[in-house]
Design a protein around this ligand. Structure first.
Ligand code: ATP
Length: 201
């Protein structure tokens, strides 16, 4: 993914003031920033959901995006979500989706309606839906919110395996611990992205 000179303003409020970066294949990058720094705005632009006021975003290959707001339909079961997204992504099988579910530890919930899932389990479904077509570029907005500790650790194992298979993964969070798991940590501050020492996070 290549991002060049991205600016964005809401009315008079300038939120992004020239964001530039390249996300190479096989990288795991963290983006941190205070509340209101513009992290979600940036991700929505990278995902094509929001048009930047200026600048460009290009990427190759399949693309996955896990937004901060869970995008599931309360009336549908987990199985129905998988079937819906399988059709949308034109997948031959749900083999990889089931693997991700196993790693995140919620395979037993296939026939539960999303509306009755706990917050953390809904988030597991949210992450699975973003990953199930094995995207080359994956953007995750606060992906581990609501995860218990074991799931949190398994999430990072999953992210490392994606990197090993040449995927590019961008994880956005207002908190960054475990920064040794990342290749790089960037901070969004004053509308620009700056590389930050991982120890200083
Ligand atoms: N649709 C919108 N209209 C007007 N202002 C907006 C809109 N969306 C976001 N903002 C403002 O833009 C700024 C950046 O918001 P954004 O949600 O991108 O920040 P964030 O870094 O993701 O914050 P948080 O960590 O709290 O989720 C904030 O001041 C917010 O109030």
């Amino acid at each position: 993914m290549e991002v060049v000179d991205v600016h964005h303003h809401y009315g008079k409020r300038l939120v992004l003031r020239g964001v530039d970066f390249t996300l190479p294949a096989g990288s795991l990058i963290g983006v941190v920033g205070e509340n209101g720094a513009g992290k979600s705005t940036l991700l929505r632009i990278l995902a094509g959901e929001l048009r930047p006021s200026r600048g460009s975003v290009r990427h190759g290959g399949r693309f996955g995006y896990c937004p901060q707001q869970v995008v599931v339909n309360d009336a549908l079961t987990v199985r129905q979500h998988l079937a819906f997204f399988r059709a949308a992504f034109r997948l031959d099988s749900l083999g990889y989706a089931r693997e991700v579910m196993d790693v995140l530890g919620f395979s037993d919930y296939l026939d539960e309606r999303a509306g009755v899932l706990s917050g953390g389990t809904r988030q597991k479904l949210n992450v699975t839906l973003a990953l199930m077509h094995d995207p080359q570029v994956l953007l995750l907005d606060e992906p581990y919110q609501g995860f218990d500790w074991d799931t949190y650790l398994r999430f990072w194992e999953l992210a490392s395996r994606l990197r090993e298979r040449g995927r590019s993964v961008l994880v956005v969070s207002h908190l960054a611990y475990d920064t040794q798991r990342l290749d790089e940590l960037w901070r969004l501050d004053g509308g620009r992205l700056q590389a930050q020492g991982r120890e200083a996070a």
